[in-house]
Design a protein around this ligand. Structure first.
Ligand SMILES: NC(=O)c1ccc[n+]([C@@H]2O[C@H](COP(=O)([O-])OP(=O)(O)OC[C@H]3O[C@@H](n4cnc5c(N)ncnc54)[C@H](OP(=O)(O)O)[C@@H]3O)[C@@H](O)[C@H]2O)c1
Length: 243
């Protein structure tokens, strides 16, 4: 069994992971959390309390805690999977230096296999269909708009295009233009996470769409990340590295 410390294990994503890791090849040896919780696992509320060895540190805690947790885990010779958001570019650069030549540190901005595959398929399509727009929909509490996944999708499409898109009209209803890809963000109750990429060509259209309907959708990607992180060295970003 591969031993895992789970940071943020009582959050919405963390609880889905607790369930998802049951009957897997991964054993949770303890949970790092902001507060004490009743649990079948040891629960620590500070890094200094952790008293179990582990192979992998899996972090789905908070933007405020993710960097310090990663520094600690690297210093304790663990592979690290980071699903929590909020690392700054400087912090990522610092973690890259700390991880160089050592155990894998995998930052996974999106554990959803369908979202990651949608980005890959969009890159392929963009080679033939440079005219493209993205529509993403999330629940009204989502802080950022457009979503990080939509921004990354737009940048990957732009890098894969082999010619410029046709010029179009501009204006407030045309979305936020990211690398010449208009991105439209809907914020509506009833939605968790959904993204559609519309490609237009000569008398033909291609539409790629994905959605996640609960946090359980992230578990297969978490399992892939846990399997893959022990096979890489140094820091990598994206689930693509372990698919
Ligand atoms: N990569 C992906 O695909 C993906 C998908 C969904 C979410 N996320 C990210 O994952 C993170 C968690 O999301 P969520 O929706 O589960 O949030 P959440 O429900 O707010 O849970 C966050 C958890 O972090 C815990 N926490 C607070 N301080 C901590 C500390 N010092 N050490 C360890 N844990 C601490 C909290 O513990 P207490 O309950 O004890 O206070 C809480 O349970 C966010 O950054 C979110 O953006 C990533």
């Amino acid at each position: 069994m591969t031993r895992v410390i789970l940071a943020g294990g009582f959050g919405k994503l963390g609880q889905a992971i607790q369930t998802g890791l049951m009957d897997s090849a991964f054993e949770i040896v303890g949970i790092l959390s902001g507060h004490a919780h009743d649990s079948a696992y040891p629960v620590w509320t500070a890094l200094s309390e952790i008293d179990q060895p582990a192979d992998i540190f899996l972090d789905v805690s908070t933007p405020a805690t993710v960097y310090d947790n990663a520094v600690w885990a690297i210093a304790h010779d663990m592979a690290v999977v980071i699903g929590a958001t909020g690392l700054t570019d400087d912090q990522v650069a610092d973690l890259r230096e700390r991880a160089a030549g050592g155990r894998g540190v995998l930052i996974v901005p999106n554990f959803s296999l369908s979202a990651v595959l949608l980005m890959q398929f969009s890159e392929l399509a963009a080679r033939y269909f440079p005219d493209v727009e993205i529509v993403e929909a999330h629940n009204p509490k989502k802080i950022d708009a457009p979503s990080g996944t939509a921004v990354t999708t737009a940048k990957r499409i732009a890098a894969a295009r082999q010619r410029d898109p046709e010029p179009t009209t501009t204006g407030p209803a045309r979305g936020e233009v990211i690398d010449a890809v208009p991105v439209h963000a809907l914020r509506l109750p009833g939605y968790i996470a959904q993204q559609t990429v519309y490609f237009g060509g000569l008398d033909e259209q291609l539409t790629l769409s994905q959605s996640t309907t609960s946090r359980a959708a992230f578990v297969p990607g978490v399992l892939r990340a846990l399997q893959g992180v022990t096979q890489i060295s140094g820091l990598a970003i994206g689930l693509d590295h372990v698919l």
